[in-house]
Ligand binder design. Structure first.
Ligand code: FAD
Length: 404
């Protein structure tokens, strides 16, 4: 059995190892000069490889994965789950640490994961051809032709459209489209959000903890809590990444930041009163009013947002002005202009439609012997190790089935 794997990323290398260890002769074709380049950038260079909540469900649905066919990833994730993944690396001596459910190699470096995979590929005899961008796969009664070589099976593991500098510019979809597969509309996910920056650029570099809600027509679409960073283009940070896949071109959205999620309106109100009534704070002005509670610069921007002059004496603030400050602290709204695009996105939401693939084997229903795995398919995970887990799980399924 000769198998060609197009793409030497996380899913391609996993499929290659699985197929090779089941006895097949395997060749990886990778367009970059080395396999696994993207892996080195994952998790800010630390590689957030998986998450303890991979199989978390609500009402019978996996809650960390998105697809036009939400049930598609279930089989692979159950049959090669986060524990199986960690165990596979543990067998080779890799240690892990878990931070809030997210697993990272104990070494704190993504190269630990890549080195182990590359070495294992070498040892078991996976052939790797780098600098080979595949633009054509032909099929005849004898099998497939890739780069003038005959193969019995082909596994397409070319990733999506995000981070094109790492080899994934979206051109790989065509390798499946030429066999009649279709893709839905793709969008950048796990990326920064561009907003009206009149205020955010004045807060550039400042980090705050907030509940971040993406809203459309005043309706909350999704909320996430965590550290948000202000930037000259808008906002960034884990909760922003999480919401970014919900931003669609041509539609209007708002981001609402609750800058004090642990406190109610009434509690914040009472606290502002305490600050104003503090007998040790003579001649307190609006520009310093909020600094006992939140970052001083953020406090000043909130005051400005409420159209209160910074030089206003705190004693002279009306009840309505104080109410406005409290409301803004609980709901600091920014108009969304878009995301930072595929260039900066960690993953691609959407992809090749899964309805034409068997989710037990990852084999195409339109072309026998053709398989796909990883991000090229319409399966997207949340930020937090869910996407690599999908790449590994689907890679194992494809690698196993391709040998049969
Ligand atoms: C900066 C960054 C940080 C990330 N951090 C995390 C994280 O911490 N945790 C997590 O779970 N996920 C993370 N992700 C997402 C995760 O890396 C991907 O979802 C995952 O790598 C997808 O694996 P894949 O094998 O499907 O595709 P990829 O890893 O993208 O691999 C596809 C490979 O195919 C090659 N290729 C493409 N087209 C061709 C062609 N025509 N011919 C030959 N080769 C081709 C590409 O060069 C590439 O090497 C991150 C992504 C980025 C960009």
């Amino acid at each position: 059995m000769k198998i060609a794997i197009i793409g030497g990323g996380a899913s391609g290398m996993t499929a290659a190892l699985t197929a090779r260890e089941s006895g097949a002769s395997v060749t990886i074709f990778e367009r970059m000069d080395r396999v696994g380049k993207k892996l080195l950038s994952t998790g800010n260079g630390r590689c957030n490889i998986t998450n303890k909540n991979v199989l978390e469900e609500k009402d019978g649905n996996l809650i960390h994965y998105y697809s036009d066919q939400p049930d598609f990833p279930r089989y692979a994730l159950y049959n090669f789950n986060h524990l199986a993944l960690l165990n596979e690396f543990s067998k080779l001596g890799v240690l892990f640490r878990c931070e809030n459910g997210k697993y990272y190699p104990y070494s704190e470096t993504a190269s630990t994961i890549l080195d182990v995979m590359r070495l294992r590929c070498e040892r078991v005899g996976v052939k790797t051809i780098c600098g080979a961008k595949i633009e054509q796969i032909s099929k005849n009664s004898m099998g497939f032709d890739v780069c003038g070589e005959k193969f019995d099976r082909v596994i397409v593991a070319v990733g999506g459209s995000s981070s094109p500098h790492l080899g994934t510019d979206g051109s790989g979809y065509e390798l499946l489209e030429m066999f009649g597969h279709h893709r839905n509309k793709i969008r950048p996910a796990i990326t920064q959000i561009r907003t009206d920056n009149t205020l955010t650029r004045q807060l550039k570099g400042i980090k705050v903890y907030a509940n971040v809600t993406l809203k459309q027509n005043s309706k909350a679409i999704r909320t996430d809590y965590g550290q948000v960073m202000f930037a000259d283009y808008g906002i960034s940070g884990p909760p922003v990444f999480q919401l970014s896949s919900g931003v669609r071109d041509g539609e209007k959205f708002k981001i609402s930041l609750d800058l004090m999620p642990e406190f109610t309106h009434a509690e914040i109100h009472e606290n502002i009163r305490k600050i104003i009534d503090n007998p040790f704070c003579n001649d307190l002005k609006a520009d310093n009013l909020l600094s006992p509670m939140i970052n001083k610069k953020v406090g000043q921007i909130i005051v400005k947002y409420c159209q209160i002059p910074l030089s206003t004496s705190a004693d002279n603030l009306s009840a309505r002005e104080i109410d406005r400050l409290v409301t803004t602290l609980k709901s600091f709204d920014l108009e969304v202009l878009g995301t930072k695009g595929f260039q900066n996105a960690q993953v691609t939401a959407g992809g090749i439609l899964t309805k034409d693939f068997d989710n037990h084997t990852m084999e195409s229903r339109l072309c026998k012997g053709l398989f796909a795995c990883g991000e090229v398919l319409d399966v997207t995970g949340d930020c937090g190790g869910y996407n690599l887990q999908w790449a590994f799980s689907s890679g194992v399924m494809a690698g196993k089935a391709a040998v049969l």
